[in-house]
Design a protein around this ligand. Structure first.
Ligand code: GLC
Length: 587
């Protein structure tokens, strides 16, 4: 559908007339690239669409209720039809699942419940055969407490080389039975766990996740070996878990927790984002670069925005997650600020920006956007940012009444199309292509997330975004596997199944497919020009190739600039863009 070639469309009765012609200064990024789908392209990641598979919940090929490689192999055509450039596979390593697989027993093997190394190789081949690259999750901050090293550390005496791979300290107090400090772990409780001989070990996350000592050269050696192990098997890149946590300064005396938490100076925290952490990634880079094409890496670094560039620099990991949109309202001005800031930031590191709306740690964005904003009726927390991350709503018991699901989906697809039109790489989380909502009614005795167990009755945790995918409308696990799934799926999952959406051209699945195909065709240099729409509720920008994206964050329909409509998240009405919708136009 094309727009009238001359003159602006006349304002409609209900519509918001906009004045479109002003184009602001172009934002030109550091290293403009055009996409190259050839296997050896060293810049393939710069504007890739990466799809996160949380393997235990994607597809169960063996019928034991747990997703696995056989399931992924059986669903390669879903990934291919979706049109993603790469898959990021969350941990698939042997694990007791104390933290969903982020407690790794062995970094160079596959959990037997998930498959074998041979099957892993088959998966790499099958993905590559359809032009999809593979990024694996690497967890260098901590092992699991079942890792061979940790078992050796427990069996060895105080002061031994085995204990030096971890962080052990003597207990304090008159009897030496008190933890070395009052520090609180991420999932609740003390960061120190006694081992029964007067010593305690340190863990930033669950007690089953002892932190490694990155001052120990053996730890460095072992991770270089792991990088080579998977790179040799054809893995294209790594997602680096808690990348900002590895370097620590635990020299004594340890400051009280209240003081540690109050530290704001750059690089001054004893546990997070210390400057020395960058030496580790500088050591990794030559290994990554020794492959053709160089292996990529992306840092999961929850650091202040201005501290992100070094992680993303070409001398280190090359890319870093930008989580800024996860805490943003569905709000034009917030989005614009975040986009502008992050494009500028990516330019300073020479990397491309990354865009994320959902992942396995946060409330799904469809659900977040269905929640009331601060100040709106039903707002659950006095802090608006909290309510938009969805956490406040989860803490309040996730009341159904406070959620507007249709609005959530409208806003989610509008935000997704906006995100997919930005320069840089887009990270999608499994199930968002189906418009899945967060699952809230998981019985306590079926929950798995340590956040729930270590904060009993306070925080339900992250299981609601990790519920196994629905592939067909019925059956014991909606086609996830032949039997029930490891986390219970709600009855409404069936209606959102892949099979149902496959036959509905207006489905979210088809919107994602069309968008990814169009993006692939339109994507060119990494530049963006804002177009001043004349309304604070409408965000519009132009990309090379005559590609324009317009998002209406308001609720009234708005006029559009000229251009052929490529796709829109809601049908246009009389040539106007309805509220809470995005359209892509081509000049
Ligand atoms: C990362 C992961 C999260 C995990 C934590 C500890 O933040 O994304 O799922 O719980 O690290 O490994």
């Amino acid at each position: 559908m094309g727009q009238a070639p001359t003159g602006w469309p006349a304002p409609r009765a209900r519509g918001l007339p906009l004045h479109w012609p002003i184009v602001t200064e172009p934002i030109q990024l550091a290293a403009p690239t055009t996409p190259d789908s050839s296997a050896s392209d060293p810049t393939w990641w710069r504007q890739a669409v990466v799809y996160q598979i949380y393997p235990r919940s994607f597809a169960d090929g063996t019928g034991d209720g747990i997703g696995d490689i056989a399931g992924i192999l059986a669903r390669i055509d879903h990934l291919s039809a979706l049109g993603v450039d790469a898959v990021w596979l969350s941990p698939f390593y042997p694990s007791a699942l104390a933290d969903g697989g982020y407690d790794v027993d062995d970094y160079r093997d596959v959990d037997p419940r998930i498959g074998t190394l041979d099957e892993f190789d088959q998966m790499v081949t099958a993905l590559h055969a359809v032009g999809i690259r593979l990024i694996v999750d690497l967890v260098p901050n901590h092992t699991s407490n079942r890792h061979a090293w940790f078992r050796e550390a427990l069996a060895a005496p105080k002061g031994s080389p085995e204990r030096d791979r971890y962080i052990f300290r003597d207990g304090v107090g008159p009897n030496g039975d008190q933890p070395p400090s009052d520090w609180v772990a991420m999932f609740g409780g003390s960061t120190w766990e006694p081992v029964g001989d007067g010593q305690f070990y340190f863990h930033l996350f669950a007690p089953e996740q002892p932190d490694l000592n990155w001052d120990n050269p053996e730890v460095h050696e072992d991770f270089l070996r792991t990088l080579r192990f998977w790179s040799d098997r054809g893995v294209d890149g790594f997602r680096v878990d808690v990348a900002h946590g590895l370097a620590k300064d635990l020299s004594e005396p340890l400051a009280p927790w209240a003081e540690v938490q109050a530290i704001t100076a750059d690089g001054a925290s004893p546990i997070w984002d210390r400057d020395e952490v960058h030496e580790i990634y500088r050591e990794w880079r030559p290994v990554l670069d020794s492959y053709t094409p160089p292996r990529t890496a992306v840092a999961e670094a929850w650091v202040e925005t201005h501290r992100r560039p070094p992680y993303a620099s070409p001398e280190e990991l090359g890319q870093a997650f930008n989580f800024d949109l996860l805490g943003s309202d569905f709000d034009a001005q917030q989005f614009r600020l975040i986009i502008t800031e992050n494009l500028a930031l990516a330019a300073t590191s020479g990397s491309s920006s990354t865009w994320v709306l959902s992942n396995h740690d946060v409330v799904r964005h469809r659900t977040r956007y269905g929640l009331p904003r601060k100040g709106e009726p039903g707002d659950l927390l006095p802090d608006g940012l909290e309510s938009q991350t969805g956490r406040g709503w989860l803490l309040a018991g996730a009341p159904e009444t406070s959620i507007d699901r249709a609005r959530g989906l409208r806003r989610a697809t509008a935000a997704t199309l906006l995100l997919l039109a930005l320069p840089g790489s887009a990270y999608l989380y499994q199930g968002e292509e189906l418009g899945l909502d967060e699952v809230t009614d998981i019985p306590d005795d079926r929950r798995q997330d340590p956040t729930f167990f270590r904060n009993a009755g306070v925080d339900v945790g992250r299981d609601g975004c990790r519920v196994p995918l629905p592939w067909v409308p019925d059956g014991p696990s909606y086609g996830f596997g032949s039997g029930p799934a490891h986390l219970p799926q709600p009855a409404w999952f069936g209606s959102l199944s892949v099979a149902n959406q496959e036959v509905d051209p207006s489905s979210t699945l088809h919107l994602y497919r069309t968008a990814l195909a169009a993006r692939r065709e339109l994507q060119a240099a990494e530049s963006l020009e804002w177009i001043e729409s004349g309304s604070p509720l409408v965000l519009a920008f132009r990309r090379p190739n005559g590609w324009t994206s317009v998002t209406n964050f308001g609720t009234d329909p708005v006029d559009l600039p000229f251009g052929e409509v490529v796709l829109s998240s809601q049908p246009l009405v009389d040539g106007q863009l309805p509220g809470e919708a995005t359209v892509w136009l081509r000049a």
